[in-house]
Design a protein around this ligand. Sequence first.
Ligand code: SAH
Ligand code: MG
Length: 221
Amino acid sequence: MTDRACEGEDELIAALQRYVEERFAQEDDVLVALRQALKDHGFPEIQVSSSTGRLLQLLVAASGGRRVLEVGTLGGYSAIWMGRALARNGRLTSLELDPRHAELARDFVARAGLSESVDVRVGDARELLPRLGPDGSFDVVFLDADKEGYVGYVQEALRLLRPGGLLLADNAFWSGRVLEEAEDDATRGIQAFNEHLARESRLAGTVLPVGDGLAVAVKVG
Ligand code: SAH
Ligand code: MG
């Protein structure tokens, strides 16, 4: 393909993404204000895309949305998208290492009216995950914290998910770096995660080209 044809294709894909976003993934005032607050605090603006937020929301709804676990809260952007799809009495637990991120997230979870159903816990997911349970009690586990930890988090997710539960993970494309030879631990972490997902017999998965690549897998058997 010539470069020009490729450029045209990029523009077409971008236009189609906008078309979908405008119709299906509109942010409300709370989510817009949260993105601004991340900027104002000088926090990393690495929340999921609005299209990914919408997809997470639908997957939570499809799963029944009774118990959801997120690893990596940041300011609560993805947590709010998912929290809005919880069943009545459903709960989202979200784990966050940085207490300043968690504080902002709790503030915005409250602004979204979700304080009763969304629980932000501060700590290292490596320590918090093994304490969660009971086994097989979660409908959805969404990974979006340190990429070096992803493969280890899968083991905990497999323990925590019910049969038919969903394992989701953001950044499966890692801005295209998955295609290159890894020069850092985060890229190696994502590559190892994708290979693991492809091979793990207890998970039937794939990567959807939404946002930075959303890995989606069902716990089988
Ligand atoms: N899911 C969020 C974005 C998360 S960004 C959203 O889309 O809105 C990744 C977050 O993971 C950061 O806030 C970072 O502090 C947190 N994090 C990194 N390592 C972690 C760990 N070991 N345990 C828990 N959280 C971690
Ligand atoms: Mg991410």
